[in-house]
Design a protein around this ligand. Structure first.
Ligand SMILES: *Cc1c(COP(=O)(O)O)cnc(C)c1O
Length: 359
């Protein structure tokens, strides 16, 4: 029996997608082979990858002057690739709103001057700090944010106005959750295993003029955007199966009505959960209202023992992976695109029952 999976990642996938992949496991299209068995240099595989890219471009309305790259190494590798490729003058601005934003910041320090514009560490990253634009470096190579903070459950309610400085966003846990205006960014990156597909592939959407010619430099070949761009992400063997699965997820999103439909479903789910948290006498959200994520909702009872009891009983009732990140404890419900509304409604009903029994 399938459970309601609230994991932050790798996370729940749409059931229709898993069924489709199961049906194609032995033979993909008319090829007589699984996509896993195909040469990455074959026409058949090329079609799979090109379709995935085309669907991503259509879904996110990616402008023609942006390239879509498929890399490996997760979002973590982008913490290195972004400074290695984008730091020309050797300086960048950072807003530290959680663990991932903090890692992007500390990794970048190895390659140049990383300017900390603002941080919300003083209140355990429970809000998005106000940004004072006089602290922005007008001459920076880029301005980095983590748009949705998977661990702490916050998101930027609006984007910083960076003028001519390219905005770089880690969108690992919010990509495809609602429409975005790609033209506002210089570079977007997202590992797949939250809202896009299985682990193994990371998508980079980069404005063409930011792809620097690094020929002759010491930057490792596999860490140059240029190499991915020049070789249609086929310089070496890409994570073929993961890319195929992302294509299926994108098809599923399209069939459901695209990102506008995703957004309204995600808002509905978030409202069901947050409304209950705000009315509950036992559970409470740890995030200031206007910064709450649509995708990841941390909450606590205020009593660690009771938190553990809740996580255990929830699991027994078929609601799994509700433990908070190992660095913060408490609970967290990740409610990505593939989590149905009824999953959140049933979770809330279970929480109400738990509240009655334990208050
Ligand atoms: C999950 C996550 C990461 C880390 O991704 P890896 O693929 O494990 O490197 C980074 N940033 C955000 C926002 C995430 O949600």
């Amino acid at each position: 029996m399938r459970v309601y999976n609230f994991s932050a990642g790798p996370a729940v996938m749409p059931e229709e997608v898993l069924e489709k992949a199961a049906g194609e496991m032995l033979e993909q299209g008319g090829s007589g082979q699984s996509v896993m068995e195909m040469s990455h240099r074959s026409k058949e595989y090329e079609t799979v990858q090109n379709e995935c890219e085309a669907l991503l471009r259509e879904t996110l309305a990616i402008p023609g002057n942006y390239r879509v790259l498929f890399t490996q190494g997760g979002a973590h590798m982008q913490f290195e690739m972004v400074p290695l490729n984008l730091m020309v003058k050797g300086k960048a601005d950072f807003v530290v709103t959680g663990q991932w934003a903090g890692k992007a910041y500390s990794e970048a320090k190895k390659y140049g001057a990383a300017n900390l514009v603002a941080s919300s560490e003083d209140k355990t990253f429970s809000y998005i700090p106000a940004l004072d634009s006089s602290k922005f470096d007008k001459d920076a190579d880029y301005f980095h944010i983590c748009q949705n903070n998977t661990i702490f459950g916050t998101r930027f309610p609006e984007l910083p106005e960076t003028g001519g400085v390219p905005l770089v966003a880690d969108m690992s846990s919010c990509i495809l959750s609602e429409p975005v205006d790609v033209s506002k960014y210089g570079l977007i990156y997202a590992c797949a295993q939250k809202n896009m597909g299985p682990a193994g592939v990371t998508v980079v959407i980069i404005r063409e003029d930011l792809i620097r010619d690094l020929s002759g430099s010491k930057v490792p070949v596999m860490l140059r955007y240029q190499i991915y761009a020049e070789n249609n992400s086929l310089y070496n063997t890409p994570p073929t199966f993961a890319i195929y699965m992302c294509g299926l997820v994108l098809k599923w999103i399209k069939e459901k009505g695209g990102l506008t439909a995703m957004k309204s479903l995600n808002e509905k789910k978030a409202a069901v959960l947050y409304d209950y948290l705000d009315s509950s006498k036992l559970f409470k959200s740890t995030v200031e209202k206007k910064f709450r994520s649509l995708m990841n909702a941390p909450f606590v009872t205020g009593n660690e023992k009771l938190d553990k009891k809740f996580i255990k009983e929830a699991k027994e009732a078929g609601f799994v992976n509700l433990g908070g990140h190992r660095s913060v404890g408490g609970m967290r419900a990740s409610i990505y695109n593939a989590m149905p509304v009824e999953g959140v409604e049933k979770l809330v009903a279970f929480m109400k029952k738990f509240e009655e029994e334990n208050l």
